[in-house]
Design a protein around this ligand. Structure first.
Ligand code: TRP
Length: 334
């Protein structure tokens, strides 16, 4: 394999929304040719905070796979797989867990804020925090190293995981006197983050503020219509002072591949009602090919499953190769 390897993935906890589209799917499409690309549906990681909702994770594995394919990622170029189907990831996680201290895990800023958000599950003071959730970054390091990835396309909040992966690899190399893994690099997406349509910093299903790739035209129109704005009368791009209207301008600019400033010019003096109506029309049109492709794929679930199975087979071969290198280095290759 002469191309460099890319691995990334998503937790299957809901269908993908336009934030995923502009934030990661577009750049994954661009990387397909340049890299040997792996895209993983992280069901094992999703279970770390949805262990009591297996049906939700199961349903969303299919949803996310449909979203990947409908949005134009090419299964001839990208290898898709489901995390739980690669047992070598779990095996490697066990070996890596010896190389990470509990204190390091407790300091991980992303994990910390997730624990704080999940009071129902982990308790108001984190007193019900599980070993599995605290340790998911170790498993994520195994996701990345099992395919010996060179780059990991992710958002900003995943940087602590990539940093930990690099630390684990360096320690592994030092202790077991080997050099089997590339040191992976994060590849941050260029697109600015889209806020929820209520102005919340995150677009998410639970916050009920997301526009999904598979929303129908009426849903899109309704959501844009009800999107929060402000009491000014003309459109502007000023994310600090006027975050909500700026977010709608940002969405408009991403659809039309122009800058937000260019978008403001283009929108001109339209009032909010007229702008929203145009934005809804344009977004509906923009997502139409994705929606149509998804409809086709939904009629053919065997095809979707067979793409995932093919990808799993390919990934298993690479994972076995990695584990034989790992076991040799660790002197457990009996
Ligand atoms: N933690 C990532 C997220 O929440 C998902 C993920 C799991 C991932 N394993 C990965 C991303 C490996 C990149 C590489 O979005």
């Amino acid at each position: 394999m002469d191309k460099k390897v890319s691995l990334t993935g998503d937790r299957p906890t809901g269908p993908l929304h336009i934030g995923h589209y502009f934030g990661s799917l577009v750049s994954r499409k661009e990387l397909e040719d340049e890299y040997e690309s792996f895209v993983m549906i992280a069901d094992v990681q999703a279970l770390t905070d949805h262990f009591n909702e297996p049906e939700k994770v199961r349903d969303n594995v299919t949803e996310v796979a449909l979203d990947y394919l409908a949005s134009g990622l090419n299964p001839e170029k990208t290898t898709f797989f489901i995390q739980s189907q690669i047992p070598q990831i779990a095996e490697l996680t066990v070996f890596f867990s010896n190389l990470v201290t509990i204190n390091t895990l407790k300091r991980n800023p992303t994990v910390k804020s997730e624990i704080a958000e999940k009071k129902d599950l982990f308790g108001a003071k984190g007193e019900k925090l599980t070993y599995g959730f605290l340790g998911y970054p170790v498993s994520q390091a195994a996701d990345i190293t099992i395919v010996r990835a060179d780059i990991v396309p992710v958002g900003q909040e995943q940087l602590p995981m990539i940093e930990l992966t690099r630390e684990i690899i360096e320690k592994f190399h030092r202790i077991y006197k080997t050099n089997i893994f590339p040191l992976p690099q994060a590849k941050l997406s260029k697109a600015p983050r889209i806020l929820g349509i209520d102005g919340n910093a995150k677009m998410s299903k639970t916050l009920n503020n997301a526009i999904f790739l598979n929303d129908n035209p009426e849903e899109i129109r309704g959501k844009i219509k009800s999107a929060k704005t402000d009491s000014h009368s003309t459109v502007a791009f000023d994310p600090k002072k006027r975050p909500e209207i700026s977010n709608l301008v940002l969405i408009y600019s991403l659809i039309h591949s122009i800058t937000p400033q260019g978008a403001v010019k283009e929108i001109g003096n339209l009032n909010y009602v007229a702008f929203k109506s145009k934005l809804a029309d344009d977004l509906i049109k923009f997502l139409e090919p994705t929606r149509e492709k998804r409809k086709e794929l939904e009629k053919n679930p065997e095809k979707v499953m067979s793409i995932l199975n093919e990808g799993t087979k390919k990934t298993l071969i690479r994972a076995e190769e990695t584990m034989s290198l790992v076991k040799k280095a660790m002197q457990i290759n009996y």
